[in-house]
Ligand binder design. Sequence first.
Ligand SMILES: [Zn+2]
Length: 120
Amino acid sequence: MNILEKDFFFDSAHFLPNVPLDHKCRNIHGHTYKLTVGIKGKLTKKEKWIIDFAEIKKFVNPFIETLDHKFLNSIPGLENPTAEVIAQYAFIKIKKNIPNLYFVRIEETSTSRFTYYENS
Ligand SMILES: [Zn+2]
């Protein structure tokens, strides 16, 4: 399978409302999130690519704008914004414009990430 990946970044505040009161993620804090989209497909005959990187940007940037410098918990669907929930939310939104979307990965830090695959 051929998978093309492109990264995007956004800064957002959040807290996790369903963890114990003394859990550090219960406090409002921020992350510079890294969102990676993975797109599957065959290479086009002429260009020899799956999709133009610029085309991905055109579709994903407007979505990133809805999260950047926002308080995620106040966005419908992200009331409990774990990386898992954000990735699934992003997958559903981005899939509408990129039908060959295969996964969305959300990284909260360079060592902590979650990947949501289609049909999971
Ligand atoms: Zn956090």
